[in-house]
Structures are given as structure tokens and as C-alpha cells.
Design a protein around this ligand. Structure first.
Ligand code: 13P
Ligand code: SF4
Length: 305
């Protein structure tokens, strides 16, 4: 049964002709009132399909809401807590990319969607953890400047013959740094039949423990299609919440129960309600940046079809 505040949010959503988009790392109570829950790529695609709504409440981090704006500049995009930033996205300022381009003028610039709009404006194309290999493989250039996640860069490098140069050298996600092979080994003893699903933002030695390396959306699809029961989940804790909600017959076990993205958790039901009532906090991107960034987002969407 829904809480009173959740009922109020659903009513406000109707009154305002709004849609609530939420990333897989949102809490159960936010997942319950969202119209759409997804990984970064699924959220980008959904953002291209919001034709009939006036207001978009984005329960995710800054770069995700910016991407929704870049794809819908005529719409009002609001984020319930304006401080919900992805620290990794802030590790690659546009200036760093410009410097790297000067050093490697023949390289293509492929940026993870976890970047700010100014950085996206410097990219040839974007990627997410769901399509990174496909995007890199589709380019004619042999050398690829890839950032900001050095672990995703390493994963792509292992799956392509191209030269992948990470920018910056050590960009990373603090949440996915929390996983360790020893924790996973212990869980494998407890659940010997379990399949190990690892997000590519994890360190390489953790990736090596994985039966599958998948984006959060990829994990969900894999579990839906699998006959197995036990899964060890190497990503943020609320991915397990989503898997459990949609697969009550499966047993997803967190690879590390304290892997919490505090930035994602800044959104609460109270703040979602406020964002609907006061239509805040509005996310925008300056027009010239938006136009350049749009090209790299659209190219990704085209190449990942
Ligand atoms: P996904 O696209 O796999 O959901 O990853 C986004 C993210 O921020 C992971 O930390
Ligand atoms: Fe950013 Fe990591 Fe949080 Fe994903 S989990 S939003 S990469 S800090």
C-alpha cells in the first residue's frame, strides 16, 4: 500500500501533467511513484519520447537531468535536490578534454554519459555502460580518448583492438570502488550456484570475478531472461531493490551491502513533492553548449540502435 505522501505525489503529477523519471539507484519509495525507472541509456531514450508532458521530475544525478534537458530544451526539467551531483562526472572538466585533443589530434573523443554538459559538448560521441563497446567499435578512428571512468575505459580496451586512452588517468566512481574480490569470494561460498553480475565501473580485479559485466539495465534484462535463482549483484544497493520488486522469485544478493550512492539518495519523497508543487529545481544548459552536446547525445542514440 502506498503512503499518504506517495498518493499526494501521484495526484500532483496528474494535476501538473508531469512525468517522474528515476534511475535504478533510487530508493524503493521513489521507485514506487516513478513513471519510468531505468539505466542511463534507457533514461536517455525515454527522454526522447516525452512528447505529451509539461514537467519532468528527474530523480537521478545532475548529468542525467542535464541530458534530459539537452533532449527536451522546450520542457521544464526539475531535480528534487539540486545538490544531487555525480562526483565522477565532475572529474573531467571541458578544459582537460581540449588539452587531450591537442595531444592526440587524430583520436576520437568518446565520453561516458556521466559527464557534465560542457564536457559532452567536446565529445564526438557519448556512450553508457550498456553500449560503450558497440560505440567504440563503430568508429573509424583507431585511437580513442575515453573518459571519465578509467574502469569502463579498461573494460572497453579489453574488448576492442583500438587504443583506448583514459582521460583523466584515474577517473572513478567512489561507490563502485567499494567492491572487493574477497567479499565476492565469500558470497560465492555461501551461494555456490549464484551468477555474479558486475558493473563495469568496478575495478578490474572485481570485474574478473564476474560471470557477466553489465549496465544496471543489462542486469535486470539478464535476470528476467535467466532460469537461475541466485545472483550476486556488483553495483549500487538499490539495484537489488529494483530486481527484487520485479522478480520476487529470484534471490539477488548485494556484493557489498554498503555500496550506497549518497548523491542519488539526496532525493526524498518530501523533495519530490516540493519539486512538483514549486516546479523546482530547474535544470538548464546554456544554448551553445546544449546544441553541441546534443550532437554527441544524438550520435550515441543513432549508433546504439
Ligand atoms: P547505468 O547506466 O548502468 O545505470 O550506470 C549509471 C551509473 O551512474 C552507474 O554508477
Ligand atoms: Fe556517479 Fe557512482 Fe553515483 Fe553512479 S554510483 S551516479 S557513477 S557516484
Amino acid at each position: 500500500m502506498l503512503k499518504k505522501i506517495q498518493e499526494e505525489i501521484l495526484q500532483l503529477k496528474e494535476d501538473k501533467n508531469a512525468i517522474i523519471l528515476a534511475h535504478n539507484y533510487q530508493t524503493k519509495e521513489i521507485q514506487e511513484i516513478a513513471d519510468f525507472i531505468g539505466d542511463s541509456l534507457e533514461l536517455c531514450i525515454k527522454a526522447t519520447q516525452i512528447t505529451d508532458k509539461d514537467l519532468v521530475v528527474f530523480c537521478g544525478v545532475d548529468f542525467m537531468a542535464e541530458t534530459a534537458y539537452i533532449l527536451n530544451p522546450e520542457k521544464k526539467i526539475v531535480i528534487p535536490d539540486a545538490g544531487a551531483e555525480c562526483p565522477m562526472a565532475h572529474m573531467l572538466p571541458a578544459g582537460e578534454i581540449k588539452k587531450a585533443k591537442k595531444r592526440f589530434p587524430d583520436a576520437a573523443v568518446v565520453l561516458y554519459v556521466n559527464t557534465l554538459a560542457e564536457a559532452k559538448a567536446e565529445a564526438d560521441v557519448l556512450c553508457t555502460s550498456a553500449n560503450a563497446i558497440k560505440i567504440v567499435e563503430s568508429l573509424k578512428e583507431k585511437t580513442i580518448l575515453f573518459g571519465p571512468d578509467s574502469n569502463l575505459a579498461g573494460y572497453v580496451s579489453q574488448n576492442t583492438d583500438k587504443e583506448i586512452i583514459p582521460i583523466p588517468e584515474n577517473g572513478h566512481c567512489y561507490v563502485h570502488k567499494m567492491f572487493s574480490p574477497s567479499d565476492i569470494l565469500l558470497l560465492k561460498e555461501k551461494y555456490p550456484e549464484a551468477e555474479v553480475l558486475i558493473h563495469p565501473e568496478c575495478d578490474s580485479e572485481v570485474q574478473e570475478m564476474g560471470d557477466q559485466i553489465l549496465s544496471t539495465g543489462g542486469m535486470l534484462d539478464h535476470i528476467h531472461a535467466s532460469n537461475e535463482k541466485d545472483f550476486i549483484i556488483g553495483t549500487e544497493i538499490d539495484m537489488v531493490t529494483r530486481i527484487k520488486r520485479e522478480n520476487p522469485d529470484k534471490n539477488p544478493v548485494p556484493a557489498f551491502a554498503e555500496a550506497i550512492c549518497e548523491n542519488m539518495k539526496l532525493h526524498t519523497l518530501e523533495k519530490v513533492k516540493n519539486s512538483l508543487i514549486n516546479e523546482e529545481f530547474v535544470v538548464t544548459v546554456p544554448e551553445d553548449t546544449m546544441k553541441k552536446a546534443l550532437k554527441s547525445v544524438e550520435r550515441m542514440l543513432e549508433l546504439s540502435k
